[in-house]
Design a protein around this ligand. Structure first.
Ligand SMILES: [Zn+2]
Length: 270
């Protein structure tokens, strides 16, 4: 079986499954649309669960020159939006494809000697001149859910396009542990300290090439003091007065939903 992840400028090509709003990644030996001779097809052998079935399949990844329009049954969709219509497994394959395309475009030349790089395996490259091997290394960022009694800390970042609030997050710096990164980001962005820091889970974040590492923590000390370059608003919110929160594609939403459900579970126990 061959599954196709064809992307163009951050949009993924999907096959429409009937009229009920269901979509899937195109499947078939042939590409879903005619490719140009210069389109490079990367093939990755995969073993994983797709749509509840264990499968061994080829994932074929293509960067299209232009979006596909006017083809019956096919539609281009923003990768993030596709999270809502694809199965989790297919969304992960689409994300992997987007990350590899981004990485490929950013590693055309060896960072050591400047020679053009060559693919070494399905997912790595090698410089033919100096022998340096290049493997994809997504940027690591932390994200943390801080609660204080019945309230949660939510902030609005300057770079958010919509009006939603999220959790404190930031990129890992060199020479720093994930725990130190959480403490630094909270200190810098909101001026508070936390206790009971616990790992929650992680998530690939293909916008464009990251790994989000989620934590939970309890408030310990400090008054909220927003870093104005990064955040426009922020504060403690109860579950009854939540502002707009991120969509379900994000680990931020998983962290917030987990808190909402925990509160619900406690209420049911009372
Ligand atoms: Zn080199």
């Amino acid at each position: 079986m061959t599954i196709w992840s064809c992307l163009c400028a951050g949009d993924i090509l999907l096959r429409r499954e009937g009229a009920d709003g269901a979509f899937s990644l195109p499947i078939g030996d042939e590409p879903p649309v005619a490719l140009q001779p210069w389109n490079i097809v990367t093939t990755i052998k995969n073993e994983s669960i797709v749509n509840s079935q264990f499968s061994i399949f080829n994932l074929k990844i293509v960067r299209l020159d232009k979006p596909v329009v006017g083809v019956e049954g096919l539609e281009m969709m923003g990768l993030r939006k596709s999270h809502a219509v694809l199965s989790p497994e297919e969304y992960q394959l689409a994300s992997k494809a987007a990350e590899l395309i981004y990485w490929d475009q950013n590693t055309k030349y060896c960072g050591v000697c400047g020679a053009p790089t060559k693919w070494m395996t399905d997912i790595s490259k090698k410089c033919p001149e100096c022998g340096k091997e290049w493997w994809p290394s997504p940027s690591t960022a932390i994200i943390v859910r801080v609660t204080r009694g019945e309230t949660i800390l939510l902030v609005r970042a300057r770079n958010f396009r919509s009006n939603h609030y999220g959790l404190v997050a930031g990129f890992l710096e060199t020479g720093e542990s994930l725990e130190q990164c959480v403490e630094r980001e909270l200190r810098e962005e909101v001026g508070i300290s936390v206790k009971n820091l616990k790992y929650f889970g992680s998530q690939p974040w293909p916008f464009p090439f990251g790994l989000m590492v989620g934590f939970t923590a309890d408030y310990a000390d400090g008054e909220i003091h927003l870093q104005k370059e990064e955040l426009t608003e922020g504060g403690w919110f109860t579950r009854d007065n939540l502002p707009p929160i991120p969509d379900k594609a994000s680990i931020a939403r998983r962290l917030i939903d987990d808190w909402l459900m925990r509160d619900e579970r406690l209420k049911m126990r009372d």
